[in-house]
Design a protein around this ligand. Structure first.
Ligand code: HEM
Length: 162
């Protein structure tokens, strides 16, 4: 791939990563608002926003980043397993899928069902792992952003200074 195209790919990649990370932080904020609801009506207005945000913001950003990952792998010198940090990013991206699907979205749907069936009470969140999964997503993404910038274990190319 030409140097100019690679720069554009990098711009797109950083923008998509910012949307994915920013979207997850917004979901955490909506979740905290939802978890401090004072009534069933307030809960049932804010809670469904979470799966909706995942569907409209996170899913397209994640699919776009995976596509960029494939472009990096097939069409650039970064490859898939040439650099340990790139392989680590694939592992973390794949790890994020169950954290989002079964973890956050699944837990939120089970909460909504619980409230619809047995009404809203402050104990409704007991044993619910939603916050654990969303904090896990934030931490994994922070780690990915850090390893992307630091590029640890990177092999130096001939003539390369940094
Ligand atoms: C399939 C998964 C991914 C692959 C294969 C991948 C691959 C890459 C590669 C090769 C670069 C270096 C680009 C360059 O310097 O020209 C890069 C940069 C970057 N990636 Fe990813 N990435 C993936 C997912 C993610 C995710 C999920 C995030 C964060 C949410 C992320 C955040 C970043 C950031 C912030 C940079 C810029 C680092 C810098 O320029 O200093 N990436 N990525």
């Amino acid at each position: 791939m030409k140097v100019k195209s690679l720069k554009w790919l990098r711009i797109l990649h950083i923008m998509s990563a910012a949307i994915w990370f920013g979207g997850t932080i917004c979901i955490l904020a909506v979740a905290l608002m939802c978890f401090s609801s004072s009534s069933e009506a307030a809960f049932l207005i804010t809670a469904p926003l979470i799966p909706e945000l995942y569907r409209r913001v996170i899913l397209p950003a994640a699919l776009f980043i995976i596509l960029q990952g494939l472009i990096y792998g097939f069409f650039t010198n970064w490859g898939f397993i040439k650099h340990k940090w790139v392989t680590a990013k694939w592992i973390f991206t794949i790890l994020l899928i169950p954290c989002i699907g079964a973890g956050a979205i699944g837990q939120m749907f089970s909460l909504i069902e619980k409230v619809k069936q047995s009404g809203y009470s402050s104990q409704v969140y007991e044993g619910n792992l939603f916050l654990v999964f969303i904090i896990l997503q934030v931490l994994i993404m922070l780690l990915m952003i850090s390893i992307s910038a630091l590029k640890p274990w990177k092999k130096k190319l001939p003539g390369e200074k940094i």
